[in-house]
Design a protein. Structure first.
Length: 259
């Protein structure tokens, strides 16, 4: 199933939680549904956990340092009251890493570097509280779980020259649950939609992937290896836009004598 299909299922889920009052041809939306788009800049932080993972085994050393990443996706929000909403979405997340590796002994000193991209998807389910601060301005706070999917393992193979090889791999647990929190401000307009800017944080309940590194030399049975768990927490700058609601101005069903 592609991303559009998953988002359609999520929209139908929220619509199912949205009771409709009335008979055929006179639907009244008790809980308005909003559709939005989201883009985030992801920044790892030492406050949430180590952004750098280090491997050591005698003369072999390696480090994996998480850099700035990005995320984008689509959202569906059900507004149950003026102050309380429930939001579900589908997001693509891309993280960037820099890998540094070297091996040193009495006769050899060799190093190399590489870059790693890690991709996963998430379905956040967020409860939102709104506080009106002006005619069109609202303060927003949200909290809830995020269900993640990591489609594949990752690997790097580096041959800096001669008989030397560095091999790194990251193994994943495909499914996981994290905690998302957000705070920000919404500017609401009736005709142009809703504009949101804020910040967020992801606190994982487990590691992003298990990182392993190995140094070996051609025609030698000796090798050096180590493992570390990579932290997936991040802070985010969050931008969103929700489409304006469009009223149906077409022909309406007229009730007959039989109801």
């Amino acid at each position: 199933m592609n991303a559009c299909g998953i988002l359609l299922i999520l929209a139908l889920f929220l619509l199912g939680c949205n009771p409709i009052i009335g008979q055929l041809g006179e639907k009244k939306e008790k809980f308005p549904i909003l559709f939005g788009l989201q883009a985030r800049i992801l920044q790892p932080s030492e406050f949430l956990g180590p952004r750098k993972s280090t491997l050591l085994d005698e003369g072999f050393s390696s480090s994996l340092n998480q850099k700035t990443g990005f995320s984008y996706g689509a959202l569906v929000r059900a507004e149950y009251t003026k102050s309380i909403s429930l939001e579900v979405g589908l997001n693509y997340i891309q993280r960037q890493f820099n890998a540094q590796m070297n091996y040193t002994d009495s006769v050899t000193s060799i190093s190399d570097s590489n870059k790693l991209t890690f991709i996963n998807y998430e379905i956040p389910l967020i409860g939102i509280v709104k506080i009106q601060m002006g005619q069109k301005l609202f303060a927003i706070a949200g909290l809830g779980p995020s269900f993640s999917y990591k489609p594949t393992n990752v690997a790097l193979i580096d041959q800096p020259g001669g008989p030397h090889t560095f091999y790194h791999s990251g193994t994943v647990k495909k499914f996981g649950v994290d905690l998302n929190a957000q705070i920000g401000f919404e500017f609401r307009t009736r005709k142009s939609g809703i504009y949101y800017i804020g910040g967020g944080v992801k606190v994982p309940t487990g590691y992003l992937f298990n990182w392993g590194g190995k140094y070996s030399k051609q025609n030698s049975s000796q090798y050096f290896i180590d493992f570390a768990k990579v932290n997936g927490a991040f802070l985010a700058i969050d931008l969103r836009y929700y489409l304006p609601k469009i009223k149906n101005s077409g022909l309406q069903f007229i009730k007959g004598p039989i109801e």
